[in-house]
Design a protein around this ligand. Sequence first.
Ligand code: GDP
Length: 430
Amino acid sequence: MVQAVVGANWGDEGKGKITDTLAEKADIVVRFQGGANAGHTIVNKYGKFALHTLPSGVFHQNITNVIGNGVALNIPLVLKEVNELVSAGVPAPKLLISDRAQIVMSYHILFDAYEEERLAGKSYGSTKSGIAPFYSDKYAKIGFQVSELWDEEILSEKAEKICTLKNVMLEHLYHKPLLTKESLLEELHGYRDMITPYAADTATFLENAIREGKTILLEGQLGTMKDPDHGIYPMVTSSSTLAGYGAIGAGIPPYAITKVVTVSKAYSSAVGAGEFVSEIFGEEADTLRNRGGDGGEFGATTGRPRRVGWYDCVASRYGCRLQGATDVAFTVLDVLGYLDEIPVCVAYEIDGKQTTDFPTTALLKKAKPVWKKLPGWGCQIRGIRTYEELPENCRRYIEFIEQQIGYPITMVSNGPGRDEIIYRESPLKN
Ligand code: GDP
């Protein structure tokens, strides 16, 4: 059985925690897209960890972790994360890296930084992890695939080509030091040595695992709003964040994915620029930001304060639809216990007309939130383990949002820990 854990919104929905919870019953956890530009925060018996590249199954000794072909592979960072786990007392994880994954090179990271510098105030808010230059090169067919690391002829030919192409921009656009073939080859040889114990034909491994009836978790990064096709283009990431892409980025049949757990947080948050209709500001925002998540809403990778807002039913319904949600995991609900009233965005007003359909970016820029206020429950709900024990207003909040988004909320997360989860029968699920 293959299930995907993906985000309905802007990312940081708590996917890491949900994956870590579901991983207890999984045999394999796979990363299928993105790179080290975002992070999952996981709290467990070993401590609190921010994973950027490693799959979330690395804390379970019986799980094989796979970095799929769709990932932007930063090899030194992967090894650094493995070393960090081991030094924190976590047993060395079982890790396989696709031989079809492509490599984030140091010049991708430099180009990301140079471009941000060039754009100055008009930048896209990149995390400067090299992700956009990496995917551009992948689709321009000038990237390095892991499998090529053992072919000197290919490496030499490609390194030369890269120098020719990149040095034009380095010299004339960015006015920065040029690349040399020798330094590129040295970098690539270093990567070859580092990755040798992990490189594998992971698509065949997964094919066999599916045949053997193993439980496989596909772990998404970011959320629907950051998808390059269906999100808030151009303030998006460079690889698809949708469960459908899981088939491609892992190398498995699309019909193998039978469960799509779509994670949506009980309020909204976003890192970086881009449209965010239900955003709030000032003191109201500061309070939510400081109480939010587990120790405040600050980026796991960047430490940047996250923008926050109330729950957006329009964006979330769309987010769940594009993911193909079979289940919604509703997270971080415990944080809202301090409020007497909780505003929820139920529609957008665009040019004087109300809509519940999520529009393209040009129209989204004009959208104003239409609020509905729901009564709060005014107490701490951490420690509660059954749905019936939740305060009535809390259940009403969940059920109202479920009705608005139209997808079954079957899991409610009321704390950052792995066991802080309430399973629920949804009337929408038959
Ligand atoms: P991801 O990228 O979707 O995995 O999300 P992040 O890990 O960046 O952000 C989620 C944050 O919320 C982390 O700090 C988690 O430990 C925390 N978290 C997850 N679920 C819950 C929850 O139900 N309650 C609280 N209070 N924190 C949670």
